[in-house]
Design a protein around this ligand. Structure first.
Ligand code: 13P
Ligand code: SF4
Length: 366
């Protein structure tokens, strides 16, 4: 990358010296000026300083739905991570541009499955199992992986519809390949009755299937990827909490490991966790196993309940956190100046195939 391009992609110094109030006032001003030609979707894991300006707040599924529904905003400034902005670009129309305020806001889980590894795995798996596998990908994946599932008859899933999508997949084929999160895949398949011994793991580094037993029994092939945030909730955290606070209910996201989900009282998507706490009785006590910006917000919104993070040393998702107020303001000011960068644009062939995969999910959402 040329030095000028590199510098263009970095936050200019002037934003580092600005006071928060000044930045907030300027964002408000720009939002007013641009009106409905600007749309800011924000994922629940974003910081408060950013989420306060979101026009729609949601989990991955809700943000995909609102992006698809909004066909009038010319500028979509996506406060989330790279794969979510790609999804928005795929689902919006030709006159709409999607921006990611900081291009470094990626997702380590999505990076765990690249298209070369995936094509290589697919060839090997077709040799082993023939045409018996349907590929499903968590939306936390690159557009190229979504396109791979689209052109092979498969679909995207999110944590809030994974169960119904896995059930649907088994009506299409005998086996599924689930990318890139082994934990969501395992927890979901187990929930619908697939025994753990019928699940194999595909290791993209060694290019091998990790499984002991009769290959014919395999129903689910789990890509060996994970979320580096949710993997930080451990069995030790649950044991410690059960010892110190046996009265607390534990609820975790299904991106957590199987052992953790099994020991928790409940598990579900970001939206499910939010709704469960919302409905809980005043005075109830909860330990939550999910991203920290969201847990802090839930704590602030429910002063009538006692809520803690399941892991007391938990940090927010670092890549989600790269979208901060200075980057949001910078993105908006470059739009105002007609000099916008950080545009997310998926090439048309990839986008068309990825859309097949997203549409199959959106058709059956929830
Ligand atoms: P959901 O929004 O689907 O719950 O996914 C959580 C997540 O990790 C987003 O990056
Ligand atoms: Fe990716 Fe996990 Fe962060 Fe979500 S929380 S963006 S899955 S690393």
């Amino acid at each position: 990358m040329a030095l000028t391009e590199l510098i263009k992609g970095l936050l200019p110094d002037k934003y580092r010296g600005m006071e928060r109030e000044e930045m907030e006032a300027r964002v408000r001003e720009i939002k007013k000026e641009l009106g409905t030609s600007l749309f800011i979707p924000g994922h629940h894991y974003q910081k408060d300083e950013v989420i306060q300006f979101a026009d729609a707040i949601g989990d991955s599924l809700q943000l995909a739905q609102v992006s698809a529904a909004n066909q009038q905003a010319e500028h979509i400034v996506f406060c989330g991570v790279h794969f979510m902005a790609e999804t928005a670009d795929i689902l919006t129309g030709p006159g709409q541009t999607v921006y990611l305020p900081d291009m470094r806001a990626g997702c380590s889980m999505a990076d765990m499955a690249d298209i070369y590894q995936t094509e290589r795995a697919w060839t090997a798996l077709q040799k082993l199992f023939g045409d018996t596998i349907l590929p499903l990908t968590y939306v936390n994946s690159t557009a190229a992986i979504k396109a791979f599932t689209g052109r092979n008859g498969g679909s995207c899933v999110t944590s809030s519809n994974a169960k119904s999508m896995v059930e649907w997949a088994f009506t299409e084929k005998e086996r599924i390949l689930f990318l890139p999160d082994q934990h969501l895949g395992r927890n979901t398949a187990f929930d619908i009755g697939v025994p753990l011994e019928n699940m194999a793991v595909w290791n993209p580094i060694t290019n091998q299937l990790e499984y002991e037993g009769n290959l014919e029994k395999i129903q689910v092939i789990l890509w060996k990827g994970h979320c580096s945030v949710h993997e930080n909730f451990t069995v030790a955290n649950i044991e410690e909490l059960r010892r110190s606070r046996p009265d607390m209910a534990i609820i975790v996201h299904p991106e957590c490991r199987r052992e953790v989900v099994e020991l928790a009282d409940d598990n579900g998507s970001t939206k499910y966790i939010i709704d469960t706490i919302e409905k809980a009785e005043a005075g109830s006590a909860w330990a939550i196993g999910t991203e920290m910006n969201l847990v802090k917000r839930i704590i602030a919104q429910h002063p009538d309940k006692e809520i803690v993070s399941l892991n007391p040393n938990m940090c927010p998702c670092l890549t989600m956190n790269r979208i901060d107020l200075p980057h949001l303001l910078w993105s908006l000011e470059t739009i105002m100046d007609g000099n916008a960068g950080n545009i997310i644009q998926v090439d048309s062939e990839t986008a068309a195939q990825a859309k097949l995969s997203l549409d199959r999910m959106l058709l059956r959402a929830n």
